[in-house]
Ligand binder design. Sequence first.
Ligand code: GLV
Ligand code: MN
Ligand code: MN
Length: 405
Amino acid sequence: MSDFFRLQKRIDELSAIGARDGAVTRLGLTADEQAARDLVASWCAARGAQVRRDAAGNLFARFPGEREGDPVVLVGSHVDSVPEGGRFDGALGVICAVEAIESLLDVGTRFQRPVEVVAWADEEGARFGIGLFGSAAAFDRLPARAAERADRSGVSVAAALRALGEQGDPALARRDPREIAAYLELHIEQGPKLAEANRPLGVVSDIVGIVHGRVTVKGRADHAGATVMTARADAFLGAAEMALALETAARSRENTVGTVGEVGVRPGAKNVVPGECVFTIDVRAPEQSRIDAVMADFRDAVKRVSEARGLETSVDLFNAIPPTPLDATMRDLFARAAASVGVEAPVLPSGAGHDAQNPALAGVPTGMLFIRSTGGSHTPRESAATVDAALASDALAFALRRLAG
Ligand code: GLV
Ligand code: MN
Ligand code: MN
């Protein structure tokens, strides 16, 4: 049985790192993310795990098995957050993974196979734009020239890794997927379905496909008073029209979403017509054809708006993760695991991206269990009850016993 108070204490301890005004800001490949990893490492080392970090900043804590040469069971999530995010996205999955293992060790369980807890680095991609960064590095799915991508202050991924004591080449983190028997991830649902169904746990069937990109619109900076409205090439207004076109393209398709979450204008002064506007796009759907259709509509809009307004626009796509079905055997295992703690867990898809996509796409049998959450996600309002986390840890312990016990 998991230990409610140990869980609660760890949720509080981990969410204090990067906390400000009730929100958590713990961006990937920063000292705060590293401090969170170090804390998780200290919990695991105290229970006899061998702890290491790889070249992408991923933390692995290995609990040995009787058959040390066997493929490992990998279990975890991420400890980075979006800017001004919540306490549970990612973090709760790592805490529950450690709790499940400790609850097994507490009753003298000896693993046959080795079991590793993983805290993937920079899942959110909030700083460099590459979502699922650490797991992509481990499963050889990094986008081209990932090490060269820079944050807003011009610091590259390679430099950020070096500042954390790594070599600077995330591709060195690659692991052979055949050495991994299974990957299991617990995560808050981040949506309302489990709460509405009054169920604490849900089994994930599949994860949406995602396209991430950055659009640069170039116009002409000019005086906000002396330039008549008909003589402007306002980069922001062009970008605004393109963003609305993205909304229309997504709204016209079922279960499809499109978001412009970052916008910046240059030079950025109230009395200057914006000469340049850079904005991000995030497009998601459960089917690739719908993502492709939205992107085709968006590109048409970019061309039309740019021509009409005398702008020059480039679209830089830097990440594309296909829709990812999860393994049927792991789904079944998690359904039985939930039943073992008295929960009839609904099966549901994930509209959020997850590190689980990378092992799944690399052929590793992969499963995810959702924990009921409220208040949405990627905001300090996100919330999950510790009793639900305890149930999830017990269900995970059941699954780990089946796979490695
Ligand atoms: C991760 O939280 C994502 O879905 O962007
Ligand atoms: Mn997450
Ligand atoms: Mn997230």
